[in-house]
Design a protein around this ligand. Sequence first.
Ligand code: BES
Ligand code: MN
Ligand code: ZN
Length: 511
Amino acid sequence: MRHYNPQRMILSPAVPLSVTANPASELVTELLVIPVFDGDPLEDVPGLDDAAGGHIRRAIEAKEFQGRPYEFFVTPLSGWKAGRVALVGAGKRAELDTERLRRVATAGALGARQRRVTRLAWLVRGDIPAAAAVQASAEGLGLARFSIDQYKSSEKTGPPVEEIVIAIAGGGDLAAALERGRLLAECCNMARDLCNEPSNVLTPRELAGRASTIARDTHLDVDVLDEQALERLGMGLLLGVGRGSVEPPRVIVLTHTPRAGTGSSASPAPVLGLVGKGITFDTGGISIKPADGMERMKTDMSGGAAVIGAMRAISLLNAPVKVIGIIPAAENMPGGRAIKPGDILTGAGGKTVEVINTDAEGRLVLGDGLWYARELGATHLVDVATLTGACVVALGKVASGLFGQPEEWVSVVKRASHVAGDRCWPMPLYDEYAEQLKSEIADIMNSGGRPAGACTAAMFLKEFAGGLPWAHLDIAGTAWAEDNKPWQLKGPTGVAVRTLAELAFTSDEWK
Ligand code: BES
Ligand code: MN
Ligand code: ZN
């Protein structure tokens, strides 16, 4: 398996991880990072306090360090092979789950990075089974390597970490878990890099080029549909959104076919269709957005980036089902040829849409994307999109909105997101919401007004799912972190990458 290369196009550095069973005192490293619980006697790390000259006991007794989540305490060591130790608060031991461990690992690695440490060791502790703990640790440590300084000509964030060792007692063969965690973190960071790119660099054509480059290192098949191909397929919704821009729209199709030895015997075999919103900039179009904060709309392709990142992981991990990733990409601009409120567009499936608000463009491009996923044989659908401000109002920046049908399929997606550590929360699709989308003149309108804005947007998409099992993740609030947290850097989060990758391994649960 090849690793993520720090080429010009792939920006965040590779993750130099390894795993060892050596005891803490034998770890040769600059900084030994240890998760410490609330009231933790640290009995499994004998000699630590002595090597720290009694400073750990003193800090705990003085309540300078209490083991509360993400607290950080650094002190020198003598007589051990590590130069210093960092304790990272991990909360109550009984409450430790993979998500807490992942976040604490990120907090540890970010703390090390702040101190310009280039070689660190992470000691796995707690009661999570070894493989799951190593995977979560690798993910968390890898996620901390994300960097956003590629456009800075100076003031770079310091030397990249050269070595990360994960230490775990006993454990057996943990190479696969390490590799899986490393890869998922890398694919998340790739998606984050894409989200961070400005729209003058990352146009729909450039996004297609990046997806093709990313796929070159994998076994994915890539197909990029240009405007002629989109015309031929009749994708009038996507073409309509793209019409205001001089940058032509694209549809990116990435296909994973399971390689020999992993094929399931289920027949007919299910095919997972992942559709990600790829608006490389959303001005709102003729229904233009206010200037304040509009720069954030360069991230309106976060759903598409999540699908690209997930497809890379799905291919390199050789998921046991066929998966088709589709990214309808366009730039939503005002212009002499732009669509206008009241215009009627016809989707590839023949549905007519009255465009009430050109700023409700995501659902338009996803409508054609979902249709194409079905056309290519998808039996189970998930779309991911920074779709509505209303979803941010409903759930804040804490959870993505989860919609879909039937309930069994929505539950499968919910479980995958829980395992992945991407929080989402179920939202309703009551029939009544369809009333808000009724058009006098066409089959449907693209805006249902202010009430239940996230729900009516999802209701619009449901029309294009063709009755298949379908789930929709509205990541408008979760794709971008507004401030730095101990466990997460400000900026693009890579939300949904790990969920979609995890989902591709759950086909036993699909109906
Ligand atoms: N890309 C936006 C949604 C968005 C808002 C994403 C905030 C991230 C942060 C989407 O295309 C949009 O403009 N939605 C409109 C829909 C409305 C016109 C029906 C909205 O939410 O206001
Ligand atoms: Mn919009
Ligand atoms: Zn948008």
